[in-house]
Design a protein. Structure first.
Length: 543
């Protein structure tokens, strides 16, 4: 008997991930696009392809599949293909295959940008759909595979890097997957060449650097066309991205270097509720992705990872060199490197750093803590947000707070929510005294008024503040005793030249500005960081 063919039905439009275009917008796209007849079985693009066209289905049916041949989405007439990589110029993470013959409209992405410039609602719909589709892929664990041991520092490094950059991926633990371990032995891959990154049928990378993975996934922009650019922004947190958007939108050639991931510390926040204009809140990852797409659209060249190591030269011709030896020559520089997380100086924790200690709480980390107890240490908003987020999936969240009350460093609205969440147990006036486990964390020991207590915890999330990320700037610009960059008139030992007074955010080197958390006197709020970036962009224009 002939088997019954697979019946495909369109995916529902959950959270705006799969909207259908109305007749007006279809007509607009048809005026600038090229119709292509397609047959069942035609591959519109493979995973790993970089697509330059916005594809709209006029007739027929298209199935989107991941590399495990799982159906990610089914699209019919009036729907468009693609996810976030379409907007950022990166390679596709999935494949699109025609299931029923019909016609596909191919519209150059540049033409779509022209249309949405006059129709913001259309642009919002596309961006929302692309962001939601990326979230779907993250949930499925599609994209590149990382094969390694969960006890390996390099495995942790790669997983942290792709997670911070919101790259969907699948981790295959060689300590728990016998078939994967047998494959590694068969291929005679020595331990020093682990972890292995696999993507598609041709790409196998042995213990690659973050930069090599970034190149594969389209996170590194091409080198500038000109030897001397108008502006280099060092850091792509809210302040750096704001500066890039405002400068690039005014026609300045702008390059952005980011050491880890666009969004900085704000990009790791699960919910930002006190940022003007988002009454329902917005995740840090979505805010960062929106800002990056905006900067890309205006022509800013963003490179991840790029770790600045040296600042040399003078006004009109600064030379900034990265750790890997790459350099950029720029007329102006905006320092927006933010801060780096403080780490606990506790000997008991060192064996668990690679497996059980985290400094962010994103969906990737939450997947590792389902129905298990965890501990969060810190009394500020970051710790509170992490506790609230982890409480959605963890069995119990122990929030360890040094202060006597959550009110000391945490916003009132957040402290109230934490206190009324039944799966969060708050331990005030308490410090971390020890940790124990067999390879992976199992318990933490806390101390309160001289009395110690053991708490079950499969993971520890640390949010005890941050220090300015300015080590590389020692001797290059003026720093205060705490490592923050001095700016404005008090920073200048000499006149900046051209008969002008120093700008408010200018360092003691003319045309070098400091914004965001690394600046002395900065207000540590996202809104003020964005304001810093916008203000610095204005000063660059006035030079």
């Amino acid at each position: 008997m002939t088997p019954e063919p697979l019946r495909l039905t369109e995916s529902p439009n959950v959270d705006g991930a799969f909207p259908r275009l109305d007749e007006r917008r279809l007509t607009q796209l048809q005026a600038v696009g090229q119709p292509r007849p397609v047959q069942a079985g035609d591959v519109l693009y493979h995973a790993g392809d970089i697509t330059s066209d916005f594809l709209v289905i006029e007739h027929g049916l298209v199935v989107v599949r991941d590399e495990d041949d799982r159906v990610v989405g089914v699209h019919g007439p009036g729907r468009f293909l693609g996810e976030l990589s379409l907007l950022t110029g990166g390679p596709s993470l999935v494949s699109a295959v025609v299931a029923e013959a019909g016609t596909v409209l191919a519209v150059p992405v540049g033409k779509v940008h022209d249309l949405v410039a006059h129709d913001p609602d259309f642009g919002d719909m596309i961006l929302r759909a692309c962001l939601q589709r990326r979230s779907v892929l993250i949930g499925l664990g599609t994209g590149p595979r990382i094969l390694g041991s969960r006890f390996s520092a390099d495995t942790r490094r790669l997983r942290d890097f792709v997670s911070r950059n919101r790259i969907p991926h699948r981790f295959i633990d060689l300590d728990r997957d016998d078939e994967a371990e047998a494959l590694v032995r068969t291929l005679a891959i020595p331990p020093e060449q682990l972890p292995v990154v696999i993507w598609g049928v041709h790409t196998v990378m042995r213990n690659p650097s973050n930069a090599e993975v970034a190149q594969l996934l389209g996170l590194r922009s091409p080198k500038p066309a000109h030897d001397l650019v108008d502006l280099l922004v060092v850091g792509a947190g809210p302040a750096g991205l704001a500066a890039a958007v405002y400068c690039a939108s005014e026609g300045l050639s702008t390059v952005v270097w980011e050491a880890v991931a666009a969004g900085g510390q704000a990009g790791t926040s699960t919910r930002i509720e006190n940022y003007l204009g988002f009454p329902a809140g917005i995740s840090g990852a979505e805010l960062a992705e929106r800002a990056r797409v905006q900067a890309d659209r205006f022509g800013a060249a963003i490179t991840v990872p790029a770790v600045a190591a040296n600042l040399d030269g003078g006004p009109g011709h600064y030379i900034i060199t990265a750790e890997d030896g790459e350099n950029v020559q720029a007329r102006s520089v905006i320092l927006a490197g933010g801060a780096r997380y403080r780490r606990l100086n506790l000997a008991d924790l060192k064996p668990f750093e690679a497996t059980s200690v985290y400094y962010t709480a994103t969906p990737f980390e939450a997947q590792l803590c389902v129905k298990t107890p965890v501990a969060v240490i810190g009394g500020g908003n970051s710790a509170g947000q992490a506790a609230m987020f982890l409480a959605q999936t963890a069995e119990r969240v122990h929030l360890i707070v040094r202060e006597d009350s959550l009110d000391v460093n945490m916003s009132r609205y957040l402290a109230d929510r934490v206190a009324h969440t039944p799966t969060i147990q708050v331990h005030t006036h308490t410090t971390l005294a020890g940790a124990a486990g067999d390879h992976e964390l199992q318990t933490v020991t806390v101390s309160r008024n001289g009395t110690q207590q053991s708490l079950p915890a499969s993971a520890l999330f640390v949010f005890i503040g941050a220090d300015p990320n300015t080590t590389w700037l020692a001797g290059a610009v003026g720093l205060d005793p705490h490592g923050f960059v001095r700016t404005g008139e008090p920073a200048f030992a000499q006149d900046p030249g051209n008969g002008r007074r120093p700008f408010l955010l200018e360092t003691d080197r003319p045309a070098v500005f400091a914004v965001g958390d690394l600046r002395r006197g900065a207000t540590r709020r996202i809104a003020s960081a964005v304001g810093d970036g916008a203000m610095a962009a204005r000063f660059v224009h006035e030079l």
